[in-house]
Ligand binder design. Structure first.
Ligand code: SF4
Length: 322
């Protein structure tokens, strides 16, 4: 497998880049430290970037008259307008991006489980929701992968997130190339990966790439991108991955002996039961593809969607989900 592209990733600045949290802290996360060498990070800290200092009074989301306001607890400063203005300028200037990795539970950056209060002061939260910055990112880029560093500790979520950001980065290169042949090659090499995410979209993308109507590259690439974003915004599941693995298994029906076949099916069963990760089954297919010099399968990004160095089995342990 060739070199991997470098995904452009928006990462909350406090995730290892600067001590910019309200309490002057930096989040030192081993997975993010590992990821940083493989990405082009763009590192906003919306709270600092609107002029709140470090350290500062913490902010919280307050629901007032059906509107979400971002307010500083102790100073009672309402930063909402300034904050939304920052989000707009940031997004206007951002350019193409392959993913967002944000700070868990922050009232600005949190994707989920952000506490929403009825007022300032000592009151219980009304409910949980999304941080204001994360919410603006999602509104502008609903199909770009977005995760937080808390969820990234889950192996399966991490595997999917890395798969998506590297796939979008590869497509960004194709689009920039302006080369129709590269688009056709992209489609061919992502066939099984797309099948795992959305088989219907995979077929639609194949139809677009075939370009029977001789549409100019720019229009075609835009249409392909819209469909690709939608395809990878969904999730692959054990069921869809088993479907893909069985398709790939079919390529070895002539070369595998009876014992190899039953070993594979037993291993697949362990994966179906959630006892081993997807990568274990993929590595069997990968080794057979090497043995048989099956270049068609070896070219498939499904076998290695992101650099192997990022393949870390570590899991949050709360719910081992592989
Ligand atoms: S969570 Fe977001 S706003 Fe808060 S310190 Fe981190 S980067 Fe800044």
């Amino acid at each position: 497998m060739e070199d991997y592209p470098t995904p452009r990733l928006v990462v909350s600045r406090c995730l290892g880049f600067d001590s910019c949290r309200y309490n002057d802290q930096l989040i030192n996360d081993q997975l993010i430290r590992q990821l940083v060498d493989y990405i082009e990070p763009i590192t906003p800290c919306p709270e600092v970037d609107i002029g709140l200092g470090v350290p500062r009074f913490p902010v919280r989301i307050v629901e007032q008259d059906d509107q979400l306001r971002l307010m500083q607890s102790d100073s009672e400063l309402d930063c909402t307008e300034k904050f939304l203005d920052f989000c707009k300028r940031f997004l206007d200037d951002l350019g193409p991006v392959d993913g967002f990795l944000l700070k868990h539970r922050s009232p600005s950056c949190g994707q989920k489980e952000v506490k929403i209060y009825p007022s300032l002061g000592k009151v219980a939260p009304l409910r949980s929701g999304t941080g204001l910055f994360a919410s603006e990112l999602q509104k502008r880029h609903p199909f770009i992968p977005l995760e937080d560093e808390g969820r990234l500790k889950n192996y399966r979520i991490r595997y999917r997130f890395y798969t998506k950001i590297f796939t979008l980065a590869r497509y960004r290169q194709v689009k920039q190339s302006g080369d129709m042949n590269q688009l056709v090659e992209f489609q061919a090499r992502h066939k099984f990966l797309l099948m795992a995410y959305n088989e219907g979209r995979m077929r639609e993308l194949g139809r677009i790439a075939a370009n029977q109507e001789k549409i100019p590259f720019e229009t075609l690439a835009e249409n392909y991108q819209n469909n690709l974003f939608k395809a990878v915004s969904g999730q692959s599941s054990r069921k869809t991955n088993i479907n893909v693995l069985m398709h790939m298994f079919g390529y070895f029906s002539e070369t595998n002996n009876r014992r190899e076949k039953s070993y594979f099916l037993e291993t697949l069963e362990l994966y179906r039961e959630g006892r081993i990760p997807l990568s274990s089954v993929i590595s069997i297919i990968h080794s057979w593809a090497l043995r048989d010099a099956n270049d068609y399968l070896l070219d498939q990004y499904y076998l290695a969607p992101f650099p192997a160095e990022l393949l870390e089995l570590k899991d949050s342990g709360r719910r081992l989900d592989i």
